[in-house]
Design a protein around this ligand. Structure first.
Ligand code: MRU
Length: 350
């Protein structure tokens, strides 16, 4: 089952509600682009490739529901209302804007054929984005799995699996592929405060795949790395700048520092849709700061963990400088430093 799926019978977008896992598995069916934008903001769906695909289907819903008298009017609605609303839902993952722009470009080509042709083209492009995502992930997984040896213990941050993509996953997809190839691996799962994507979602996925794991607190990663208990670190990415700096879930930078200090290879796994060559360095990547309640609203043994008046900061992502990165696994091969040159080459070819 895909985490992002078009339901042709009901003409709606089906998403697994990731806020409820692992306690409850429930799908929601969305009928408007505004609902899709809200689902992205509220993290019903999350993970860079998954929100890109969801936004593409959001554009399809916008095209379908808008009572347009002409193809030009429909295109204008898509360009000036649906696209900006969907793009603004979350700022860091570039896949969101990438997918919306790709759908818009396809819509423009269909305008001469009329309203129905635009609607069909938009839905078809969204479906292509979703299907290609699965294919890209599997290709990346095969490249990435060559880096994993039998007996490896791997640290993984956040959730980058089937839930974070349309299906299969990026960094977790690499781990899953190595497991399916018969390599014995053990995963140390960063719990990933504040929303616990590691403890809730990655652990849930690893259970399904039968891959052995232990959940660790985020602040334990340095301990295991320094004791020589970890052979590799695999993470995903939300946006990669032209020089190879990687924006990913908050905590990735500290993990990369600890890996670097201990000589442990650090590998982001990144589909070509996540590179943003318009940004020279990671400093230019917009970082989402989410509601402090995500940090504050936790309980310790059934009671509020923090004083009633406590305040918090909640950046959702950080940037890992390229100098800490051993190599980037992409759907077009493994890129080694100098990363700027390797990225330019691979994106030009794509
Ligand atoms: O805030 P989230 O859960 O959407 O953040 C997700 C991540 O940071 C992932 O590592 C990234 O999107 C890559 S997932 C294939």
């Amino acid at each position: 089952m895909r985490s992002v799926e078009w339901d042709a019978g009901a003409s709606c977008l089906r998403l697994i509600d990731q806020r409820l896992l692992p306690a409850e598995f429930r799908q929601v069916c969305l009928h408007t682009y505004e609902d899709v934008a809200k689902a992205i903001r509220d993290m019903v769906v999350r993970g860079a490739p998954a929100i890109g695909a969801a936004a593409a289907f959001g554009m399809a819903l916008a095209a379908m529901r808008y009572p347009a008298r002409s193809a030009t009017a429909l295109l204008q609605h898509l360009e000036t209302e649906a696209a900006p609303t969907l793009k603004a839902a979350r700022p860091t993952a570039v896949n969101l804007a990438w997918a919306v722009d790709r759908v818009l470009a396809r819509a423009r080509t269909a305008v001469p054929q009329g309203v129905d042709a635009v609607r069909e083209a938009v839905l078809d492009e969204a479906q292509r984005i979703a299907d290609e995502d699965v294919e890209m992930n599997k290709r990346m997984a095969r490249y990435g799995a060559t880096l994993i040896e039998d007996g490896d213990t791997i640290i993984h941050h956040c959730n980058t699996g089937a839930l974070a993509t349309v299906d299969w996953g990026t960094a977790l997809g690499v781990i899953r592929m190595a497991h399916e190839q018969g390599k014995r691996i053990h995963v140390l799962v960063d719990e990933t405060r504040p929303r616990l994507q590691g403890a809730r979602l990655t652990a849930w996925e690893l259970e399904q795949y039968g891959i052995p794991y232990d959940i660790i607190t985020d602040n334990a990663a340095g301990y295991f790395l320094s004791r020589g208990e970890v052979q590799k670190v695999f993470v995903g990415a939300d946006r990669v700048a032209a020089n190879g700096d990687v924006a990913n879930k908050i905590g990735t930078y500290m993990l990369a520092l600890a890996a670097y200090d201990n000589g442990v290879p650090f590998y982001p796994v990144v589909p070509t849709s996540t590179f943003d060559l318009s940004l020279a360095t990671g400093r230019e990547i917009p970082i989402e700061e989410r509601d402090p309640s995500e940090v504050l609203d936790i309980q310790y043994r059934g009671r509020p963990a923090m004083p009633a008046g406590a305040t918090a900061r909640n950046p959702a992502f950080d940037v890992t400088p390229h100098r800490l990165i051993t190599a980037i696994v992409t759907d077009r091969g493994i890129l080694y430093p100098p990363l700027d040159e390797a990225i330019r080459r691979v994106i030009a070819a794509a």
